[in-house]
Design a protein around this ligand. Structure first.
Ligand code: GLU
Length: 430
Protein backbone atom coordinates (compact mmCIF):
# COMPACT_ATOMS: atom_id res chain seq x y z
CA UNK A 1 0.00 0.00 0.00
CA UNK A 2 1.38 3.43 -0.85
CA UNK A 3 0.47 5.85 1.88
CA UNK A 4 1.52 9.43 1.44
CA UNK A 5 3.22 9.78 4.81
CA UNK A 6 3.07 13.10 6.62
CA UNK A 7 6.43 14.83 6.98
CA UNK A 8 6.10 17.19 9.97
CA UNK A 9 9.39 19.12 9.69
CA UNK A 10 8.41 20.93 6.47
CA UNK A 11 5.40 22.59 8.15
CA UNK A 12 7.75 24.97 9.95
CA UNK A 13 8.32 27.01 6.75
CA UNK A 14 7.13 30.61 7.09
CA UNK A 15 4.51 32.03 4.71
CA UNK A 16 7.22 33.89 2.78
CA UNK A 17 9.41 30.78 2.56
CA UNK A 18 6.45 28.72 1.37
CA UNK A 19 6.32 30.68 -1.90
CA UNK A 20 10.05 30.88 -2.55
CA UNK A 21 10.90 28.02 -4.96
CA UNK A 22 14.47 27.83 -3.66
CA UNK A 23 13.20 27.29 -0.10
CA UNK A 24 10.68 24.76 -1.44
CA UNK A 25 13.47 22.80 -3.13
CA UNK A 26 15.81 23.09 -0.13
CA UNK A 27 13.11 21.90 2.32
CA UNK A 28 12.56 18.68 0.35
CA UNK A 29 16.30 18.19 -0.26
CA UNK A 30 17.10 18.61 3.47
CA UNK A 31 14.43 16.12 4.42
CA UNK A 32 15.65 13.56 1.87
CA UNK A 33 19.27 14.13 2.99
CA UNK A 34 18.29 13.69 6.63
CA UNK A 35 16.46 10.45 5.88
CA UNK A 36 19.40 9.19 3.83
CA UNK A 37 21.77 10.14 6.66
CA UNK A 38 23.75 11.96 4.00
CA UNK A 39 27.38 12.75 4.80
CA UNK A 40 27.42 16.38 6.11
CA UNK A 41 30.12 17.37 3.61
CA UNK A 42 28.22 16.04 0.58
CA UNK A 43 25.11 17.68 2.03
CA UNK A 44 26.88 21.05 1.80
CA UNK A 45 28.09 20.30 -1.75
CA UNK A 46 24.59 19.51 -3.02
CA UNK A 47 22.67 22.11 -1.07
CA UNK A 48 24.05 24.98 -3.17
CA UNK A 49 24.64 25.33 -6.91
CA UNK A 50 28.08 24.78 -8.32
CA UNK A 51 28.08 27.95 -10.39
CA UNK A 52 25.78 30.96 -10.81
CA UNK A 53 26.25 33.34 -13.72
CA UNK A 54 24.47 36.70 -13.96
CA UNK A 55 24.63 38.71 -17.19
CA UNK A 56 23.29 42.15 -18.06
CA UNK A 57 22.61 42.14 -21.78
CA UNK A 58 22.46 45.35 -23.81
CA UNK A 59 20.01 45.15 -26.70
CA UNK A 60 19.24 47.69 -29.41
CA UNK A 61 15.44 47.78 -29.47
CA UNK A 62 13.27 48.25 -32.57
CA UNK A 63 12.60 51.89 -31.64
CA UNK A 64 16.32 52.70 -31.60
CA UNK A 65 16.76 52.85 -27.80
CA UNK A 66 19.14 50.61 -25.86
CA UNK A 67 17.62 48.33 -23.23
CA UNK A 68 19.48 46.17 -20.71
CA UNK A 69 18.08 42.77 -19.71
CA UNK A 70 19.27 40.62 -16.82
CA UNK A 71 19.83 36.94 -17.43
CA UNK A 72 20.97 34.00 -15.33
CA UNK A 73 22.46 30.58 -15.88
CA UNK A 74 22.82 28.43 -12.80
CA UNK A 75 24.67 25.12 -12.96
CA UNK A 76 23.72 23.17 -9.88
CA UNK A 77 25.73 20.01 -10.48
CA UNK A 78 27.92 18.41 -13.14
CA UNK A 79 28.66 15.30 -11.07
CA UNK A 80 26.77 12.87 -13.32
CA UNK A 81 27.48 14.55 -16.67
CA UNK A 82 27.14 17.89 -18.48
CA UNK A 83 24.76 20.35 -16.86
CA UNK A 84 21.31 20.20 -18.49
CA UNK A 85 18.21 22.31 -18.33
CA UNK A 86 15.96 24.83 -20.00
CA UNK A 87 15.97 28.59 -20.36
CA UNK A 88 12.85 30.60 -19.50
CA UNK A 89 11.83 34.10 -20.47
CA UNK A 90 9.48 35.81 -18.03
CA UNK A 91 9.13 39.04 -16.03
CA UNK A 92 8.91 36.78 -12.95
CA UNK A 93 12.36 35.18 -13.36
CA UNK A 94 14.62 35.58 -10.30
CA UNK A 95 17.94 34.11 -9.22
CA UNK A 96 16.25 32.07 -6.48
CA UNK A 97 13.78 30.63 -8.97
CA UNK A 98 16.54 29.70 -11.45
CA UNK A 99 18.56 28.16 -8.59
CA UNK A 100 15.61 26.01 -7.58
CA UNK A 101 14.93 24.98 -11.18
CA UNK A 102 18.62 24.10 -11.68
CA UNK A 103 18.60 21.82 -8.61
CA UNK A 104 15.36 20.24 -9.77
CA UNK A 105 17.10 19.39 -13.06
CA UNK A 106 19.88 17.60 -11.14
CA UNK A 107 17.32 15.53 -9.24
CA UNK A 108 15.16 14.98 -12.34
CA UNK A 109 18.05 13.65 -14.46
CA UNK A 110 19.10 11.40 -11.58
CA UNK A 111 15.54 10.05 -11.04
CA UNK A 112 15.36 8.92 -14.66
CA UNK A 113 19.02 7.90 -14.54
CA UNK A 114 20.30 9.83 -17.55
CA UNK A 115 23.92 11.03 -17.62
CA UNK A 116 23.42 14.74 -16.97
CA UNK A 117 23.79 17.16 -14.12
CA UNK A 118 21.38 20.03 -13.61
CA UNK A 119 21.21 23.63 -14.78
CA UNK A 120 18.66 26.30 -15.64
CA UNK A 121 18.69 29.70 -17.25
CA UNK A 122 16.36 32.62 -17.40
CA UNK A 123 16.07 36.15 -18.69
CA UNK A 124 13.90 38.78 -17.00
CA UNK A 125 11.77 40.02 -19.90
CA UNK A 126 8.20 40.00 -21.10
CA UNK A 127 8.15 38.11 -24.42
CA UNK A 128 4.60 39.35 -25.09
CA UNK A 129 5.98 42.91 -25.36
CA UNK A 130 8.99 42.02 -27.54
CA UNK A 131 9.22 41.67 -31.32
CA UNK A 132 10.81 38.58 -32.91
CA UNK A 133 13.86 40.69 -33.80
CA UNK A 134 14.25 41.84 -30.21
CA UNK A 135 13.84 38.29 -28.90
CA UNK A 136 16.45 37.08 -31.35
CA UNK A 137 18.92 39.79 -30.29
CA UNK A 138 18.36 39.05 -26.58
CA UNK A 139 18.86 35.33 -27.19
CA UNK A 140 22.01 35.75 -29.27
CA UNK A 141 23.64 38.21 -26.88
CA UNK A 142 22.76 36.02 -23.86
CA UNK A 143 24.36 33.05 -25.67
CA UNK A 144 27.45 35.08 -26.52
CA UNK A 145 27.84 36.13 -22.87
CA UNK A 146 27.68 32.46 -21.81
CA UNK A 147 29.86 31.16 -24.63
CA UNK A 148 32.60 29.60 -22.51
CA UNK A 149 30.16 28.08 -20.03
CA UNK A 150 27.90 26.13 -22.42
CA UNK A 151 28.69 23.33 -24.88
CA UNK A 152 27.78 19.72 -25.64
CA UNK A 153 30.10 18.44 -22.91
CA UNK A 154 29.61 21.37 -20.50
CA UNK A 155 26.06 22.60 -20.27
CA UNK A 156 23.25 21.93 -22.72
CA UNK A 157 20.27 24.35 -22.65
CA UNK A 158 16.74 23.51 -23.83
CA UNK A 159 13.36 25.25 -24.06
CA UNK A 160 11.32 26.11 -20.99
CA UNK A 161 8.59 28.64 -20.30
CA UNK A 162 8.20 31.09 -23.25
CA UNK A 163 11.13 29.68 -25.23
CA UNK A 164 10.81 27.24 -28.11
CA UNK A 165 12.45 25.56 -31.10
CA UNK A 166 13.20 28.92 -32.71
CA UNK A 167 14.99 30.12 -29.56
CA UNK A 168 17.10 26.96 -29.61
CA UNK A 169 17.93 27.46 -33.31
CA UNK A 170 19.27 30.98 -32.50
CA UNK A 171 21.36 29.65 -29.62
CA UNK A 172 22.73 26.82 -31.77
CA UNK A 173 23.59 29.24 -34.56
CA UNK A 174 25.26 31.80 -32.25
CA UNK A 175 27.30 29.12 -30.52
CA UNK A 176 28.27 27.59 -33.88
CA UNK A 177 29.37 30.97 -35.28
CA UNK A 178 31.68 31.46 -32.31
CA UNK A 179 33.08 27.92 -32.64
CA UNK A 180 33.49 28.30 -36.43
CA UNK A 181 31.64 25.02 -36.98
CA UNK A 182 28.08 23.72 -36.67
CA UNK A 183 27.58 22.29 -33.20
CA UNK A 184 24.08 20.87 -33.01
CA UNK A 185 24.50 19.14 -29.63
CA UNK A 186 24.89 22.44 -27.74
CA UNK A 187 21.12 22.68 -27.21
CA UNK A 188 18.15 20.31 -27.37
CA UNK A 189 14.58 21.00 -28.36
CA UNK A 190 15.75 22.26 -31.76
CA UNK A 191 13.78 22.21 -35.02
CA UNK A 192 13.91 18.77 -36.69
CA UNK A 193 15.99 19.76 -39.72
CA UNK A 194 18.86 21.16 -37.65
CA UNK A 195 19.44 18.25 -35.31
CA UNK A 196 16.18 18.13 -33.40
CA UNK A 197 14.70 14.80 -32.37
CA UNK A 198 11.42 13.35 -33.50
CA UNK A 199 9.08 13.18 -30.53
CA UNK A 200 10.90 15.83 -28.44
CA UNK A 201 8.15 18.44 -28.74
CA UNK A 202 5.49 16.10 -27.34
CA UNK A 203 7.82 14.29 -24.92
CA UNK A 204 6.95 16.09 -21.68
CA UNK A 205 3.21 15.60 -22.34
CA UNK A 206 3.81 12.00 -23.39
CA UNK A 207 5.79 11.39 -20.20
CA UNK A 208 2.87 12.72 -18.17
CA UNK A 209 0.53 10.33 -19.93
CA UNK A 210 2.88 7.40 -19.28
CA UNK A 211 3.17 8.08 -15.53
CA UNK A 212 -0.60 8.69 -15.28
CA UNK A 213 -1.21 5.34 -17.00
CA UNK A 214 1.02 3.69 -14.40
CA UNK A 215 -0.68 5.45 -11.48
CA UNK A 216 -4.15 4.65 -12.81
CA UNK A 217 -3.23 0.99 -13.18
CA UNK A 218 -1.72 0.92 -9.70
CA UNK A 219 -4.84 2.40 -8.12
CA UNK A 220 -7.15 0.02 -10.01
CA UNK A 221 -8.73 2.76 -12.14
CA UNK A 222 -9.51 2.76 -15.91
CA UNK A 223 -8.46 5.61 -18.29
CA UNK A 224 -11.96 5.66 -19.86
CA UNK A 225 -13.62 6.51 -16.58
CA UNK A 226 -10.87 8.87 -15.41
CA UNK A 227 -11.67 12.58 -15.43
CA UNK A 228 -8.70 14.88 -15.89
CA UNK A 229 -8.24 18.61 -15.27
CA UNK A 230 -5.18 20.28 -16.79
CA UNK A 231 -3.90 23.67 -15.68
CA UNK A 232 -1.85 25.24 -18.47
CA UNK A 233 -2.25 24.73 -22.22
CA UNK A 234 1.31 25.46 -23.32
CA UNK A 235 3.62 22.83 -24.76
CA UNK A 236 3.32 20.52 -21.73
CA UNK A 237 -0.38 20.90 -20.90
CA UNK A 238 -1.69 20.82 -24.47
CA UNK A 239 0.32 17.74 -25.46
CA UNK A 240 -0.60 15.92 -22.24
CA UNK A 241 -4.30 16.75 -22.77
CA UNK A 242 -4.21 15.67 -26.41
CA UNK A 243 -2.32 12.41 -25.88
CA UNK A 244 -4.43 11.49 -22.86
CA UNK A 245 -7.69 12.26 -24.68
CA UNK A 246 -6.47 10.07 -27.57
CA UNK A 247 -6.14 7.05 -25.26
CA UNK A 248 -9.55 7.56 -23.68
CA UNK A 249 -9.13 9.84 -20.66
CA UNK A 250 -11.91 12.40 -20.28
CA UNK A 251 -10.42 15.90 -20.17
CA UNK A 252 -13.12 17.80 -18.28
CA UNK A 253 -11.26 21.01 -17.48
CA UNK A 254 -8.47 23.12 -18.92
CA UNK A 255 -7.21 26.29 -17.25
CA UNK A 256 -5.08 29.05 -18.69
CA UNK A 257 -3.80 32.35 -17.27
CA UNK A 258 -6.60 34.24 -19.08
CA UNK A 259 -9.47 31.90 -18.21
CA UNK A 260 -10.49 28.25 -18.20
CA UNK A 261 -12.98 25.79 -19.67
CA UNK A 262 -15.12 23.05 -18.18
CA UNK A 263 -17.23 20.32 -19.77
CA UNK A 264 -18.24 17.38 -17.63
CA UNK A 265 -18.69 15.17 -20.71
CA UNK A 266 -15.16 15.89 -21.91
CA UNK A 267 -13.53 18.62 -24.00
CA UNK A 268 -12.63 17.94 -27.65
CA UNK A 269 -8.91 18.73 -27.30
CA UNK A 270 -8.15 18.62 -31.05
CA UNK A 271 -10.89 21.16 -31.71
CA UNK A 272 -9.59 23.31 -28.85
CA UNK A 273 -6.07 23.28 -30.31
CA UNK A 274 -7.50 24.55 -33.62
CA UNK A 275 -9.52 27.23 -31.76
CA UNK A 276 -6.41 28.38 -29.91
CA UNK A 277 -4.36 28.52 -33.13
CA UNK A 278 -7.03 30.73 -34.69
CA UNK A 279 -7.76 32.99 -31.72
CA UNK A 280 -4.57 32.94 -29.67
CA UNK A 281 -6.53 31.94 -26.56
CA UNK A 282 -8.60 29.00 -25.32
CA UNK A 283 -11.34 31.35 -24.10
CA UNK A 284 -14.47 31.63 -26.20
CA UNK A 285 -14.34 27.95 -27.18
CA UNK A 286 -17.87 26.76 -27.91
CA UNK A 287 -17.40 23.14 -26.77
CA UNK A 288 -17.20 23.97 -23.04
CA UNK A 289 -18.42 26.41 -20.41
CA UNK A 290 -16.10 29.17 -19.18
CA UNK A 291 -14.53 28.37 -15.80
CA UNK A 292 -12.13 30.14 -13.45
CA UNK A 293 -8.61 28.71 -13.48
CA UNK A 294 -8.23 28.70 -9.69
CA UNK A 295 -11.68 27.06 -9.32
CA UNK A 296 -10.60 24.32 -11.72
CA UNK A 297 -7.78 23.34 -9.36
CA UNK A 298 -10.32 22.47 -6.68
CA UNK A 299 -13.01 21.05 -8.97
CA UNK A 300 -13.98 17.39 -8.61
CA UNK A 301 -11.84 15.17 -10.88
CA UNK A 302 -9.65 12.06 -10.74
CA UNK A 303 -6.35 13.44 -12.05
CA UNK A 304 -5.18 17.01 -11.65
CA UNK A 305 -2.28 18.08 -13.87
CA UNK A 306 -0.78 21.44 -12.90
CA UNK A 307 1.26 22.19 -16.02
CA UNK A 308 1.79 25.94 -15.86
CA UNK A 309 3.82 27.62 -13.13
CA UNK A 310 5.15 27.23 -9.58
CA UNK A 311 3.13 27.59 -6.38
CA UNK A 312 -0.40 26.80 -7.52
CA UNK A 313 -1.10 24.09 -4.94
CA UNK A 314 -0.40 25.77 -1.63
CA UNK A 315 -1.47 25.86 2.04
CA UNK A 316 -4.38 28.07 0.83
CA UNK A 317 -6.08 25.53 -1.44
CA UNK A 318 -4.54 22.07 -0.89
CA UNK A 319 -7.24 20.97 1.56
CA UNK A 320 -9.93 21.70 -1.07
CA UNK A 321 -8.38 19.58 -3.82
CA UNK A 322 -10.62 16.68 -4.81
CA UNK A 323 -8.36 14.80 -7.24
CA UNK A 324 -7.22 11.28 -6.43
CA UNK A 325 -3.94 11.73 -8.38
CA UNK A 326 -1.82 14.84 -8.95
CA UNK A 327 0.69 14.62 -11.83
CA UNK A 328 2.99 17.62 -11.82
CA UNK A 329 3.62 18.82 -15.37
CA UNK A 330 5.15 22.10 -14.18
CA UNK A 331 8.25 22.39 -12.04
CA UNK A 332 7.44 23.19 -8.43
CA UNK A 333 3.64 23.58 -8.72
CA UNK A 334 3.14 22.33 -5.14
CA UNK A 335 4.65 24.07 -2.13
CA UNK A 336 6.37 22.04 0.57
CA UNK A 337 3.68 22.97 3.10
CA UNK A 338 0.96 21.73 0.74
CA UNK A 339 2.77 18.35 0.50
CA UNK A 340 1.73 17.60 4.09
CA UNK A 341 -1.92 18.49 3.42
CA UNK A 342 -2.03 16.29 0.29
CA UNK A 343 -0.42 13.46 2.26
CA UNK A 344 -3.13 13.74 4.93
CA UNK A 345 -5.75 13.48 2.18
CA UNK A 346 -3.98 10.40 0.80
CA UNK A 347 -3.66 11.96 -2.68
CA UNK A 348 -1.27 10.03 -4.92
CA UNK A 349 1.27 12.67 -6.02
CA UNK A 350 3.51 12.03 -9.03
CA UNK A 351 6.20 14.62 -8.27
CA UNK A 352 7.53 17.03 -10.90
CA UNK A 353 11.02 15.50 -10.98
CA UNK A 354 9.42 12.29 -12.21
CA UNK A 355 6.15 13.41 -13.87
CA UNK A 356 7.68 16.00 -16.22
CA UNK A 357 10.97 14.19 -16.82
CA UNK A 358 9.84 13.04 -20.28
CA UNK A 359 11.11 16.31 -21.78
CA UNK A 360 14.66 16.03 -20.58
CA UNK A 361 14.69 12.30 -21.32
CA UNK A 362 13.88 13.02 -24.98
CA UNK A 363 16.47 15.81 -24.82
CA UNK A 364 18.98 13.16 -23.84
CA UNK A 365 17.96 11.16 -26.93
CA UNK A 366 18.38 14.30 -29.06
CA UNK A 367 21.88 14.92 -27.64
CA UNK A 368 22.84 11.28 -28.32
CA UNK A 369 21.51 11.48 -31.90
CA UNK A 370 23.34 14.78 -32.57
CA UNK A 371 26.62 13.36 -31.34
CA UNK A 372 26.16 10.24 -33.44
CA UNK A 373 24.79 12.06 -36.48
CA UNK A 374 22.23 9.27 -36.73
CA UNK A 375 18.54 10.02 -36.23
CA UNK A 376 15.93 7.67 -34.80
CA UNK A 377 12.39 6.96 -35.93
CA UNK A 378 9.72 8.54 -33.74
CA UNK A 379 8.56 5.10 -32.61
CA UNK A 380 12.06 4.37 -31.27
CA UNK A 381 12.10 7.66 -29.31
CA UNK A 382 8.64 6.98 -27.87
CA UNK A 383 9.45 3.40 -26.93
CA UNK A 384 12.70 4.31 -25.19
CA UNK A 385 10.90 7.13 -23.39
CA UNK A 386 8.19 4.78 -22.20
CA UNK A 387 10.75 2.24 -20.93
CA UNK A 388 12.66 4.84 -18.95
CA UNK A 389 9.61 6.49 -17.42
CA UNK A 390 7.89 3.24 -16.49
CA UNK A 391 11.02 1.99 -14.80
CA UNK A 392 11.54 5.29 -12.97
CA UNK A 393 7.91 5.32 -11.83
CA UNK A 394 8.30 1.79 -10.44
CA UNK A 395 11.54 2.71 -8.71
CA UNK A 396 10.03 5.77 -7.03
CA UNK A 397 6.89 3.94 -5.90
CA UNK A 398 8.89 0.97 -4.63
CA UNK A 399 11.24 3.32 -2.77
CA UNK A 400 8.26 5.09 -1.20
CA UNK A 401 6.80 1.80 -0.01
CA UNK A 402 10.08 0.39 1.28
CA UNK A 403 11.09 3.54 3.14
CA UNK A 404 7.60 4.60 4.14
CA UNK A 405 7.91 8.11 2.68
CA UNK A 406 5.70 9.93 0.22
CA UNK A 407 6.41 9.74 -3.52
CA UNK A 408 8.08 13.14 -3.61
CA UNK A 409 10.52 12.42 -0.81
CA UNK A 410 11.12 8.97 -2.35
CA UNK A 411 12.03 10.60 -5.68
CA UNK A 412 14.36 13.07 -3.94
CA UNK A 413 15.98 10.29 -1.89
CA UNK A 414 16.53 8.15 -4.96
CA UNK A 415 18.03 11.11 -6.84
CA UNK A 416 20.18 12.47 -4.02
CA UNK A 417 21.51 8.99 -3.34
CA UNK A 418 22.51 8.53 -7.00
CA UNK A 419 24.24 11.92 -7.13
CA UNK A 420 26.04 11.51 -3.80
CA UNK A 421 27.28 8.08 -4.86
CA UNK A 422 28.84 9.59 -7.99
CA UNK A 423 30.47 12.42 -6.06
CA UNK A 424 32.03 9.98 -3.63
CA UNK A 425 33.22 7.77 -6.47
CA UNK A 426 34.81 10.70 -8.32
CA UNK A 427 36.21 12.19 -5.10
CA UNK A 428 36.78 15.83 -4.30
CA UNK A 429 39.38 17.48 -6.53
CA UNK A 430 41.82 19.75 -4.73
N1 GLU B 1 12.75 22.73 -19.44
C1 GLU B 1 12.44 21.34 -19.39
C2 GLU B 1 12.40 20.85 -17.95
O1 GLU B 1 12.18 21.60 -17.04
C3 GLU B 1 13.35 20.51 -20.27
C4 GLU B 1 14.78 20.53 -19.93
C5 GLU B 1 15.67 19.85 -20.97
O2 GLU B 1 15.17 19.24 -21.87
O3 GLU B 1 16.89 20.00 -20.80
O4 GLU B 1 12.52 19.69 -17.68
Amino acid sequence: MTTQTKEPSISSLSAEQEFNPWEAQAARFDLAAQKLKLDPGIWKVLRYPNREIIVHIPVLMDNGTIEVFTGFRVQHSIARGPAKGGIRYSPEVSLDEVRALASWMTWKCAVVNIPFGGAKGGIICDPKKLSQTELEKITRRYTAELIEFIGPEKDVPAPDMNTNEQTMAWIMDTYSMHMRQTVTAVVTGKPLNIGGSRGRREATGRGLMIVCNEAVRKLGMQPESTRVIVQGFGNVGSNAAKLMADVGYKIIGIGEYDGGLYNKSGIDVDALIVHRQRNGTITGFKGAEPAGTSELLVTDCDILIPAAIENVITSRNADKIKARIIAEGANGPTTAVADDILADKNIFVIPDILANAGGVTASYFEWVQDRQGFFWKESVVNEQLEDILKESFDEVVRYSETHNVNNRIAAYMLAVDRVQFTIRQRGIYA
